[in-house]
Design a protein around this ligand. Structure first.
Ligand code: NDP
Length: 298
């Protein structure tokens, strides 16, 4: 058996197309243009690439993009002042502060300062809490993207055994909540889990969000399982690699896993493109909610 490859790039392009269509209608019917503000502190090269890609895709979807680049020695006070300014700016529907932040800034404090209605990353404690109680907050982009990929493979996930490897606040934990809401039976694994291979072998849905290159082997996978690989790891360049950059691999040993799984995401071209598409989607949803005005609390 060879797994179906889940084409994240194509599914993300489809989602970006739907977002662009919603943006067009919002402009035509209500005269509004959703806006996303991205804040980058310092010049971490990976963050620079993410921010550039986000800005490009925001504009391509017909939305306004506001980029704020601050020097690496920016104080927490200065960053908090910018966040308050963006909270009050009516042109801004979504605010994203690119992580990691330099050590003099407390990231938790900055996230808590973002208006939860504009927190398109879904990291504010109010949105985290809403996801936990299932009451419609903004959902973090990467796990939301994973869920959309899963739904693409199988519309109804009810009753399936799901194992999420990784318990970070940005991927593993929200992913587990989303799968529970889909009526899966969910186990969250982490570095202290006993006999991880045996646990993974029980999973109809296996989500890997570990950050360890190709840790999950083919013989850890249940035949026919759906495998979502969130990991993005760059291997050291092989000898003779002219680019000198090294290969990008996931947390799953793809060549082995595809022989066993029913469907699997590749790296790159799986979860990665979905993350940014979901960011655009969260921003347009925030704009729609703002247009509808404050609803009943709760
Ligand atoms: P974190 O480092 O925050 O979390 C990693 C998790 O994996 C932790 O819960 C850790 O357990 C667990 N873990 C580490 N080693 C093992 C092990 N040997 N066995 C079992 N569990 C283990 O990472 P993130 O969640 O932020 O990211 C995970 C991966 O996803 C990374 O490769 C990252 O680059 C990628 N990523 C990709 C995105 C995308 O858009 N595609 C977006 C975000 C992340 P413990 O809690 O016990 O330490």
């Amino acid at each position: 058996m060879t797994a179906n490859i889940i084409d994240g790039a194509a599914i993300a392009a489809e989602l970006r197309g739907e977002v662009a269509e919603t943006v067009r209608r919002l402009g035509e019917n209500h005269g509004i243009k959703p806006g996303l503000a991205v804040v980058l502190v310092g010049n971490d090269p990976a963050s620079e690439v993410y921010v550039r890609t986000k800005a490009k895709q925001t504009v391509a979807a017909g939305m306004a993009s506001f980029e704020h680049r601050l020097p690496a020695d920016t104080s927490e006070k200065e960053l908090l002042a910018l966040v308050r300014q963006l909270n009050a700016d009516p042109r801004v529907d979504g605010i994203l502060v690119q992580l990691p932040l330099p050590p003099q800034i407390n990231a938790g404090k900055v996230i808590e300062a973002i208006d939860p209605a504009k927190d398109v990353d879904g990291f504010h404690p109010e949105n985290v809490g809403r996801l936990a109680v299932g009451s419609g907050g903004i959902v973090p982009c990467t796990p939301l993207g994973c869920l959309l990929l899963l739904r693409h493979v199988r519309a109804d996930l009810t009753g399936l055994d799901a194992v999420v490897v990784g318990r970070s606040a940005i991927v593993g934990k929200p992913m587990a909540h989303l799968l529970l809401d889909e009526n899966c039976t969910v186990t969250t694994a982490h570095s202290r889990t006993r006999d991880l291979p045996a646990l993974c072998r029980r999973a109809d849905i296996l989500v890997a969000a570990v950050g360890r290159p190709e840790m999950i082997r083919g013989d850890w996978i249940k035949p026919g399982a759906i495998v979502i690989d969130v990991g993005i790891n760059r291997l050291p360049p092989a000898s003779g690699d002219a680019s000198g950059k090294g290969r990008l691999v996931g947390d799953v040993a793809f060549d082995e896993a595809r022989e066993v799984a029913g469907a699997i995401t590749p790296v790159p071209g799986g979860v990665g493109p979905m993350t940014i598409a979901c960011l655009l989607s969260n921003t347009v949803e925030a704009a729609k909610r703002r247009l509808a005005g404050p609803g009943p609390k709760g």
